[in-house]
Design a binder for this molecule. Structure first.
Ligand SMILES: CC(C)(COP(=O)(O)OP(=O)(O)OC[C@H]1O[C@@H](n2cnc3c(N)ncnc32)[C@H](O)[C@@H]1OP(=O)(O)O)[C@@H](O)C(=O)NCCC(=O)NCCS
Length: 180
């Protein structure tokens, strides 16, 4: 899939990951590392090396092929500006899809996250095997944009895990949300 749409006046390409992206690992590494650098409210807090990013991309491609992952990437002028994915969990949780999304600073608040989320959920329903019965995610209780986005898409808080996350030198709770 590859489509071009305008968000906040910018022409953005929305597409799936392809094998040839392995020749351009740095482009993908730059996106996740930019969020690590800004200390965004995401689980990852250590920059990926090129080798680690390449390994991650290879695993993603294998999981996409075996229908265990669906993902979309957003690109502006050869810069990866966001991604959104659903990964089926293994074994007894194989009916559960784990949801994740990141949008690069400078591209937030223009409807991109909302669009990627809608599309990835649609694709997951069509392509994942087995079809997920539950979508699950973990979010910082202080991440208001993310909490609002998830609620808008029907996610509900089901648990708070006390002191689950180490953020800015403090232990804070994590919020677990699901969508049936
Ligand atoms: C959270 C995130 C994915 C939202 O994506 P986005 O592209 O900025 O969001 P959109 O512009 O599509 O807005 C969609 C909805 O999100 C919520 N939202 C977005 N920005 C918001 C803000 N600044 N304040 C409150 N709610 C906000 C709103 O519900 C909005 O819907 P509305 O426009 O109808 O009010 C994005 O801000 C991001 O990647 N942040 C850093 C990484 C991150 O936190 N990832 C999630 C980890 S759990």
């Amino acid at each position: 899939m590859k489509i071009v749409k305008v968000f906040g006046g910018k022409k953005v390409t929305i597409r799936t990951l392809e094998k040839k992206d392995l020749r351009n690992v740095k482009k993908f590494q730059d996106c996740i590392n930019s969020l690590v650098e800004e200390d965004a409210q995401i689980l990852v807090n250590k920059k990926f090396s090129l080798k680690e990013e390449k390994e991650w991309m290879k695993r993603q491609l294998a999981n996409i092929k075996s229908k265990k992952t669906v993902s979309l990437f957003a690109e502006d002028n050869n810069i990866i500006i966001g991604s959104c994915s659903i990964d089926l969990m293994p074994w007894r949780q194989c009916h559960v899809g784990s949801f994740g999304i990141i949008i690069r600073k400078g591209y937030r608040g223009i409807g991109l996250g909302n669009y990627l989320m809608c599309e990835v959920i649609k694709i997951a329903k069509k392509e994942l095997k087995p079809k997920p019965k539950i979508l699950e995610l973990c979010v910082f209780p202080t991440n208001i944009p993310a909490l609002n986005l998830y609620k808008k898409h029907g996610f509900k808080e089901v648990a708070r895990i006390p002191k689950d996350l180490n953020y800015k030198g403090k232990l804070i709770d994590s919020v677990v949300m699901i969508r049936k």
